[in-house]
Ligand binder design. Structure first.
Ligand SMILES: [Zn+2]
Length: 229
């Protein structure tokens, strides 16, 4: 296939756009559908829950976060949980100057609820925020992203209403609308912006906003556009 100048320009525009770490709504909806649309409960659906856990772990790793699985015990001997922790180390990491910023959502569900909104939507919003934040220049403060397990502990009485009215009947993939995805994307942007306020990126040594690879890509766009094709 022979590439035209326009196609190449478009291709590089896509690369530059991707390098800015924009929030990807299609990815969010696909991730909700494939990893957070079925029950994720240790007793009733442990396999799907473990799959969701590994998905979050792999995403964190792909973003370049230092990723840990934090296993913990509960008051029931047979039940333990796994929190997925992604650490973006700041320059002050491991010093008294570090002010750690935490962003968290839980990935488990009640016994037999799909948990798309509670709390799948928050997990995918957090993942997109983590990807964006991790792609930005370094910062002084450390940022920790955490996907918690066993938040939906069944004997929490105040959840009675949510359990019966909301979780059982409404929290399914069929209920997901474009405006909900838009809201999740907004949440994701707000998360990334809040992280940036609390843990600002350090001034870039290069001129202006552009990072080095983008400057190289821009150079090639100009160069290729001048070639006769
Ligand atoms: Zn919840």
């Amino acid at each position: 296939m022979k590439w035209s100048c326009q196609q190449l320009l478009f291709l590089f525009a896509v690369v530059i756009f991707a390098a800015h770490g924009e929030i990807d709504k299609k990815w969010m909806k696909d991730a909700l559908q494939s990893h957070f649309s079925q029950p994720r409960h240790h007793a009733t659906y442990p396999k799907y829950k473990m799959r969701a856990m590994r998905f979050i772990r792999d995403e964190f790793r792909e973003y370049g976060l230092e990723t840990h699985l934090d296993t913990f015990n509960t008051r029931l001997q047979t039940v333990s949980g796994i929190n997925v922790i992604g650490v973006l180390k700041g320059k002050h990491f491991n010093t008294d100057d570090d002010v750690i910023v935490g962003v968290a959502a839980h990935y488990d569900t009640m016994r037999d609820t799909s948990g798309v909104d509670d709390n799948g939507a928050a997990v995918v919003a957090m993942l997109q925020a983590a990807k964006k934040v991790a792609s930005e220049p370094p910062r002084n403060n450390t940022v920790i992203f955490a996907a918690f397990d066993l938040e939906e502990w069944e004997d929490a009485g105040f959840r009675g209403y949510m359990q019966n009215c909301y979780h059982k009947r409404c929290d399914t993939m069929e209920r997901v609308t474009d405006s909900m995805i838009e809201f999740a994307a907004k949440t994701s942007r707000a998360l990334a912006a809040t992280v940036n306020q609390m843990a600002p990126t350090l001034p870039n040594v290069n001129s202006g906003h552009q990072t080095f690879p983008e400057v190289v890509i821009l150079f090639w766009v100009v160069f290729l556009a001048m070639l006769p094709m």
